[in-house]
Design a protein around this ligand. Structure first.
Ligand code: KG4
Ligand code: ZN
Length: 334
């Protein structure tokens, strides 16, 4: 039968990305244009600048995806787009482009939740088995999600303050690392012999929620105190201390959820899923528990449109299409 080719667009934050994915798993193209160089100057994402850059790049990125995939518009089956959550102005650029394509090519439109995309990035490379638990860790999100079956999402825990990636980037900034600090912190931490001891925020014993702002403040306070005494803390030791605290809590809560919910798999998702320390510790704990740990390859952990196409394919199979009046929802619920 005719292959199902879905063109997906992702513009929720600072990457302009267009992908064409066949039958939900074969990536024909996944073009990602990062704005990191632009936002580095400001030490973080400036929403207005992000929107403007999406406008400038989106048409070219769409053309590049068609060229790479060697697919004609007539070969497409649907147009998918990230509906939210994210920066409203940034989301709108992708949505306008997707709606125009769907209208002009007379194709169904599929709005996708950004986090569903991160979770289903795993489907591009793995066979999923339900029920499962997913640990979603990114610059905007830190969530434990229980999926009893495909497409059924239940958030069982989430951050009460900073997202884990956000905490990484803020501490990275204090250590004068380039933006985004996460990958640099990871590298420093892995090279360190010893880490500074920082607190772990376990919250209430039965809670799956997270909190990282206390840890972030503890790191900043330690740096300030050392500074006032004319000392300087070893950046590697600070990075390791911070990362150890983050990983202990993420791993501890994820493994408890896997046990309590009888998960057949633990899925790692989101930009911070690229973290080597986190992947290693989760792998050890999952081996001990006999539960497979699935994680996307690094290139599919951070924001990309192939993951949106993968999530859209599941909706396509269920006939869950969106109307052409689809609009951005920065607070969209999973
Ligand atoms: O999923 P993503 O690309 O965008 C959001 O939806 O937020 O995640 C970006 C975040 C940034 O905070 C970045 O610092 C973090 O992922 N990140 C990492 C690593 N690679 C990316 N954090 C820790 N260790 C890494 N190796
Ligand atoms: Zn993301």
């Amino acid at each position: 039968s005719k292959p199902i080719n879905i063109l997906a667009i992702e513009t929720s934050c600072d990457e302009t990305s267009v992908a064409i994915v066949q039958n939900g798993t074969t990536i024909l193209a996944n073009v990602v244009s990062s704005q990191i160089e632009t936002h580095k100057k400001f030490g973080g994402v400036v929403p207005e600048v992000a929107s403007r850059q999406h406008v400038e790049s989106i048409t070219l990125i769409i053309e590049e995806a068609f060229a790479q995939a060697q697919v004609r518009p007539a070969d497409l089956s649907a147009i998918a787009v990230t509906q939210g959550p994210g920066l409203v102005g940034a989301l709108l650029i992708g949505i306008v482009a997707a709606k125009s394509l769907a209208y002009l090519l007379d194709l169904p439109l599929i709005g996708v939740h950004h986090i569903a995309g991160h979770i289903y990035a795993n489907q591009l490379v793995h066979e999923l088995e339900y029920p499962l638990v997913s640990l979603v860790v990114s610059g905007g999100h830190t969530e434990l999600v229980y999926l009893e079956a495909e497409g059924s999402f239940r958030i069982i825990g989430q951050t009460r303050d900073d997202a884990v990636g956000e905490a990484y980037d803020k501490v990275g900034r204090a250590l004068k690392l380039p933006y985004p600090g996460g990958p640099h912190m990871d590298r420093l931490a892995l090279a360190a012999e010893e880490g500074v001891t920082f607190p772990r925020a376990w919250l209430e014993p039965d809670s799956y929620d997270f909190s990282f702002s206390g840890l972030k403040s503890a790191v900043l306070a330690a740096l300030n105190q050392a500074n006032m005494k004319g000392l300087s803390l070893e950046p590697q030791a600070v990075a390791k201390g911070f990362q150890d605290s983050v990983i202990d809590v993420l791993t501890g809560k994820a493994m408890r959820a896997v046990q309590e919910y009888g998960a057949k798999q633990l899925l790692l998702a989101g930009g911070v899923a690229a973290n080597q320390g986190l992947r290693q510790q989760l792998a050890v704990r999952c081996t001990e528990s006999g539960v497979p740990l699935l994680a996307p390859p690094l290139s599919l952990c951070t924001d990309n449109a192939a993951m949106i196409a993968a999530a859209a394919f599941l909706k396509w199979q269920r006939g869950q299409f969106s109307a052409l009046d689809l609009t951005a929802d920065p607070q969209l619920k999973l």
